[in-house]
Design a protein around this ligand. Structure first.
Ligand code: PLP
Length: 390
């Protein structure tokens, strides 16, 4: 080992000693509830393909046609020469769908989040107010800004109100996940909006896990909570989860979106997503809007899982979304249960720190409209047996 590598190696050893080493598992089949992993058939409860669209034949066909019509690469960033009609069509459809005036598309949700908060609140006179359980990409985004950072306890509106009332910042930005990715709970969106109005703040909402799943026609968490598009709201959502494709968008007023287009570094200094992906996402949006049966089936599966988990010794966190976390507490317990399920052909991810706070390791059961009732019954049966043996 070279001297240069010694600190890396000791850090990796520390991770291993704390039971925090992560592993990638290679799928040998498309993302579906029934996948093959190293020759073994597994029932998957670990993806974010909430509507079961990741291998939908119409979206595959749209992607192939998109590649034939537009080629593979976009060749440049949007502001240089990489902005194709395929991107613009997706932007327009997303604006119509969300009800916001305008949208920008990004290659990933991570990049989309990096574009918003540090661009709105860039200077030392500005302030960012973020829920403590916000997704890593929102936390990283805030760190790119010179603004003062305030993190309030998860969902604590009284704490947020106190912070806002004490702040003399020039520009205030409140940032929150809509559906928290490891807990599955919904942010108090109406309260967040009321506070944003009262303190004249921007409200940045990351709806990665609500878009497509919640609200009429899958319009997302804001629609689900009855919050209409408003110039002080910027909505981000990914297209790689319920939409089953990849990429993301930010929606807002014409002016706010123009501002991001001119100033957001993670929009300006990166190659535009392949146009065929935009064509596929446009098709996915059509299906999301039309196929209410997928959402109804997903909700039925959620009810089935929650009813079946009630008798288990582990607590299921309150969640109306496809994310259903089973709380184990210690890292070892979560890992052991995940491994025992794996041996029975059931793939449920164990989530440990630093993704979640220490002492709150859990199994993140993730449901998809592509699951059948018997798939959920199989998982419940295994959990009951393992609980009895513990
Ligand atoms: C809440 C949240 N925001 C943003 C992202 C990033 O989106 P993407 O995977 O498209 O980069 C994720 C997950 O990946 C997420 O869970």
């Amino acid at each position: 080992m070279r001297a240069l590598e010694i600190p890396l190696s000791s850090e990796l050893e520390k991770l291993a000693a704390a039971g925090l080493t992560r592993q990638r598992r290679r799928l040998d089949s498309p993302v579906n509830p029934h996948v093959t992993v190293a020759g073994q058939k597994m029932l998957l409860f670990a993806s974010n393909d909430y509507l079961g669209l990741a291998a939908h034949p119409d979206i595959i066909a749209a992607l192939s046609k998109g590649a034939r019509d537009w080629g593979v690469g976009s060749g440049a960033s949007h502001l240089v020469s990489g902005h194709l009609e395929a991107h613009e069509t997706l932007e327009q459809r997303l604006a119509e769908f969300t009800g916001f005036e305008r949208c920008l598309t990004f290659s990933t949700g991570y990049l989309a989040n990096l574009a918003v908060t540090p661009t709105l609140a860039a200077g030392r006179d500005d302030a960012i107010f973020a829920d403590r359980l916000n997704h890593a990409s929102l936390i990283d985004a805030a760190q790119l800004s010179r603004a003062r950072q305030h993190r309030y306890p998860h969902g604590d509106m009284a704490a947020l109100e106190r912070l806002l009332s004490k702040s003399a910042a020039k520009t205030k930005v409140i940032v929150s996940d809509a559906v928290f990715s490891m807990d599955g709970d919904l942010a108090p969106l109406p309260d967040l909006f009321r506070l944003a109005e009262r303190f004249d703040a921007w409200l940045v909402i990351d709806d990665a896990h609500g878009f497509g799943v919640l609200g009429a026609e899958g319009r997302g968490s804001l629609a689900c909570c009855g919050i209409r598009p408003h110039p002080r709201i910027l909505l981000m959502a990914t297209l790689g989860k319920a939409a089953g494709v990849g990429g993301a968008f930010v929606a807002g007023s014409k002016l706010a979106i123009e501002y991001l287009l001119q100033k957001a570094r993670s929009y300006i200094f990166t190659t535009a997503q392949p146009p065929a992906i935009a064509v596929a996402a446009t098709k996915s949006l059509e299906i999301i809007q039309a196929d209410e049966a997928r959402r109804a089936h997903l909700q039925a599966l959620i009810r089935q899982l929650r009813a079946g988990c009630a008798a288990l010794p582990w607590r299921l966190l309150p969640s109306v979304t496809a994310i259903q976390p089973l709380m184990l507490g210690e890292n070892d317990k979560a890992l052991a249960l995940s491994r025992q399920l794996w041996r029975r052909g059931l793939w449920v991810a164990a989530i440990r720190p630093p993704t979640v706070p220490p002492g709150t390791a859990r199994l993140r059961i993730s449901l998809s409209a592509a699951h059948r009732e018997e798939d959920v019954a199989k998982l419940l049966h295994a959990l009951r047996e393992l609980a009895a043996g513990n």
